[in-house]
Design a protein around this ligand. Structure first.
Ligand code: HPA
Ligand code: ZN
Length: 346
């Protein structure tokens, strides 16, 4: 680890943007920009309930998670062909590469598509082809299949069965969608099966839901990372558990702001999570909907909360360590991170 140099506040944004990083919490359907929604609607002969890109963007005013999900699932309705999924994936990967993302673990929601008659093969093959082509952009990309928690565990099992012919094309499973009223333990059996299959396990918990959901994601589902997890600060024993077991949290500050989890970015608890010794990371969640990609999440949060270069280094290092990549790759990426910080010190 380099000794973290003092970086004047005016040079910190450039360092935040230039530093190598991993993104571990990005829903690919949430990277669908209004322009691409309109282009895909036209290509597929679909009409949209909004007259223009600007009118659609104006509808992105959310009061909570559910108010976002309603519009997010509607937007994904323009995705029909393998090429659509590929184009969405490549558009995100180009933005990620521009933000110096060296590794990304991409969530996708197959049930949003299979429910509309799009085949699992179309979804996975299109996204996989994009991930493969991400290598040429300098981005290592893998897929994580998410179950929609507002649907039943039986439907999650059916989704898993449909995906198993492409088992080699995704590295793990997650749990997303409406959190309140759908605790992790609802999916205990399907996660146990995924564990037997050697899939990596993550789950959204403690975004809007209580610390009890984070406990059950850990103890019942046996997940390796918690997505969001910001409500954990309300349970001191949980905070000790997360720190002791080095369970990463994939925090998404602009998402939390836009979904009113925190009233302002200044009030975000990212700094408190780091101070408590948790392995926090910074991510974009649904960048097309929440007003920023991963670098915007770093620069806006740092500007609002007064975090500095030392925290920037820790967050970027955490992002690589918390990834599901091979140890050798993690070592190479952290060496690159160290180089950028050593250069910034000169
Ligand atoms: N929470 C739950 N489900 C989601 C989210 C989120 O932040 N983004 C996309 N699906
Ligand atoms: Zn999410």
């Amino acid at each position: 680890m380099p000794s973290i140099p003092h970086i004047p506040a005016d040079r910190l944004p450039a360092l935040l943007r230039a530093m190598p990083k991993a993104e571990l919490h990005i829903h690919i359907e949430g990277s669908l920009e209004p322009e691409l929604i309109f282009a895909l609607a036209q290509r597929n002969g679909l009409s949209l309930p909004y007259p223009s890109v600007e009118a659609l963007r104006r509808a992105y005013a959310f009061t909570d998670l559910q108010s976002f999900l309603d519009i997010y699932y509607a937007g994904a309705g323009v995705l029909l062909t393998e090429q659509d999924f590929y184009d969405m994936g490549m558009a995100y990967l180009k933005r990620a590469a521009a933000d110096h993302v060296l590794r990304t673990e991409i969530f996708f929601d197959p049930q949003t598509h299979t429910a509309r008659g799009v085949s699992m093969e179309t979804v996975i093959q299109g996204l996989h082809r994009a991930c493969r082509d991400g290598a040429a952009l300098g981005v290592s990309a893998e897929l994580i299949l998410c179950f929609l928690r507002h649907l039943s565990e039986e439907e999650a099992f059916e989704t898993l069965e449909q995906a198993l012919p492409w088992r080699d094309l995704f590295i793990g499973v997650g749990l997303d969608s409406s959190e309140l009223g759908h605790p992790p333990e609802k999916f205990a059996r399907v996660f146990a099966r995924c564990r037997e299959l050697g899939l990596r396990l993550v789950a959204h918990a403690g975004e809007e839901g209580p610390p009890a959901y984070v406990w059950s994601a850990l103890d019942v589902l046996k997940v390796e990372r918690i997505d969001h997890g910001v409500q954990s600060v309300h349970d001191a024993a949980l905070m000790r558990r997360l720190a002791q077991d080095r369970i990463p949290l994939t925090v998404c500050p602009l998402s939390n702001l836009k979904l009113c989890v925190f009233p302002t970015l200044q009030a975000h608890n990212l700094g408190a999570l780091l101070d408590a010794g948790l392995v926090a990371t910074v991510n974009s969640d649904d960048p097309a909907y929440f007003g920023g990609y991963v670098n915007d999440n770093y620069t806006q949060t740092f500007a609002a909360t007064g975090l500095g270069a030392a925290q920037a280094y820790v967050l970027a290092k955490n992002s690589f360590e918390a990834s599901f990549a091979e140890t050798r790759l993690k070592r190479d990426w952290i060496a690159k991170l160290d180089e950028v910080f050593e250069q910034a010190a000169r």
